[in-house]
Design a protein around this ligand. Structure first.
Ligand code: NAD
Length: 323
């Protein structure tokens, strides 16, 4: 007997039309933005849950989901999902993690990282704001060349590799720290320790996954290894930085500036919780923060959503699920 799958897409805004049309052929598709309370109340109806990053798929949510068999997330970072508990419950998490060849074709987060880097070193957001205020103060927005600067990449994976390549194109001297990397790129120097990389970087760009080993891996000690006046870019996960130490490094001038696409409490911040870095950025121009838009381009989201839906279809067809 063919099973009917109840599929919930709980973050359906601008979801790929092509991916949606395939989902309609796989089961009964419900597409609805839900607040946490509503999701908790209705999750028991569904076999498949499709999320982006707005919801925490935690023990509480999965406990309320007796028929849930698949969680689908078109992301590589999976810290919004309790993977251990999902495994315990027999729920398969389908994601982009490990899809190395496919991911190499997706440029969105690397491009945003480079945009943040240029915006930071050339004061683009504050210069724009100044012009909107009726000013034309060329001398106030003198920035720095990238050429001949030292770019340090922490984590030379899919995104880190692209950043290293961009750095080379811009005439930078590029180094990286990644103990798990077994091969490296021409014109990219491998440092054996994070400390060595930090001591040899003018601009540090962080591209590691968030896990117990990388949590707060860039903190007070690491900032003190950078030379005074270095810059930091983080588009990986907020939890990779010790944000209190980052704030202190900005306040005391150890860092000349930082640009972040991620915050450790971004989900709570979206619900109105305060964040000290955002507070700082309200009155200082050397901290740029964007709302986790690294992967958010029409092209990248369409292609990754389609990829994930094909992956789900293949699993459902294989009969991984019985209901
Ligand atoms: P990836 O898995 O291809 O690369 C991660 C690299 O980090 C790997 O080479 C790994 O060896 C290295 N690494 C792991 N632990 C390390 C450690 N302790 N020290 C140094 N290196 C270490 O991942 P990716 O696709 O390049 O993405 C990197 C991260 O960026 C993701 O995990 C995700 O959290 C984040 N991301 C953010 C956005 C966004 O929208 N801002 C989008 C995509 C990915």
């Amino acid at each position: 007997m063919t099973a009917t799958f109840n599929i919930l897409n709980v973050e359906p805004d601008q979801y790929s039309a092509e991916a949606r049309s395939i989902l309609h052929t796989l089961g009964i598709l419900v597409e609805m933005n839900m607040a946490r309370g509503e999701l908790l109340a209705r999750i028991h109806e569904f076999d498949v849950l499709i999320v982006r990053l707005r919801h925490r798929v935690d023990c509480e949510l999965m406990t309320a989901a007796p028929r849930l068999k698949f969680i689908v997330s078109a992301t590589t970072g999976l810290d919004h999902i309790d993977l251990g508990y999902a495994a315990q419950k027999g729920i398969t998490v389908l994601s982009l993690r490990g899809e190395v060849e496919f991911l190499r074709s997706i440029p969105a987060t690397a491009e945003l990282t480079w945009g943040l880097l240029l915006a930071l070193l050339r004061h683009i957001p504050s210069a724009h704001g100044s012009v909107l205020g009726g000013n034309w103060l060329r001398d106030d927005y003198k920035g720095h060349d990238l050429k001949a600067k030292r770019l340090g990449v922490v984590g030379l994976g899919r995104i880190g590799e692209k950043i290293a390549a961009y750095g080379n194109v811009f005439g930078m001297s590029v180094g990286f720290y990644d103990p798990f990397r077994t091969y490296w790129l021409p014109n990219v120097h491998k440092y054996q320790t994070l400390e060595d990389l930090l001591q040899n970087s003018d601009i540090l760009s962080v591209h590691v996954p968030l896990n117990p080993e990388t949590e707060k891996m860039i903190g007070a000690n690491e900032f003190s290894c950078l030379h005074r006046g270095a810059y930091l870019i983080n588009t990986s996960r907020g939890g990779v930085l010790d944000e209190d130490a980052l704030l202190a490094a900005l306040q005391n001038g150890q860092l000349a500036g930082a640009a972040l696409d991620v915050l450790s409490n971004e989900q709570q911040f979206a619900q109105g919780a305060p964040n000290l870095l955002v507070e700082y950025a309200r009155s200082h121009t050397n901290l740029i923060i964007t709302p986790h838009i690294g992967g958010a381009t029409y092209e990248s989201m369409h292609i990754t959503e389609l990829f994930m839906v094909h992956k789900l279809a293949a699993c459902l067809k294989k009969g991984t699920i019985t209901s």
